[in-house]
Design a protein around this ligand. Structure first.
Ligand code: ZN
Length: 147
């Protein structure tokens, strides 16, 4: 495992669209381990591959204390809305108050390459929306600030 450098706002790679992961191979698993380590080291609660300079559709989120890697995550449905404050490891010293769905259904692959589908609510849903935004080159500073 190795720590990876976190890319900061202004770095072009954060603005690019990430590619679908075709196969969950050793390289992908190694990247996931590095992302976990990098997230924990930086006191993050989520991280997306572009933040460590890799344009692959992989994110890590925290479900309470459980670390959850999601490969090719897709938000297939959403409902409700909630407003809360978000920060980002790539956007230092700035938080943005953002409206997100309060409940989402997510499809992804797990580390075994198996298809998974689950419902996430509230803070967990927010984290996933935030990280999936990264895969499309969207940062919190692009989202409309709410009161
Ligand atoms: Zn972020």
């Amino acid at each position: 495992m190795a720590l990876r450098e976190i890319r900061i706002l202004g770095d072009d790679i954060l603005r690019k669209k990430s590619r679908i992961v075709k196969e969950v191979d050793e390289k992908v698993l190694e990247l996931i381990e590095d992302m976990k380590e990098t997230m924990i080291e930086n006191d993050g609660v989520g991280i997306a591959a572009p933040q460590v300079g890799i344009l692959k559709r992989i994110v890590i989120v925290m479900n309470g204390k459980e670390i959850v890697p999601l490969i090719n995550p897709v938000i297939v449905s959403q409902e409700g809305e909630e407003v809360d404050v978000e920060g980002c490891l790539s956007v230092k010293k700035q938080t943005v108050t953002i409206k997100r769905p309060s409940k989402i259904v997510v499809e992804a692959l797990n580390e075994k390459g198996e298809k998974i589908s689950f419902t996430a609510e509230h803070y967990y849903a927010r984290e996933i929306c935030h990280e999936v935004d990264h895969l499309d080159g969207i940062l919190i500073v692009d989202r409309e600030e709410c009161e």
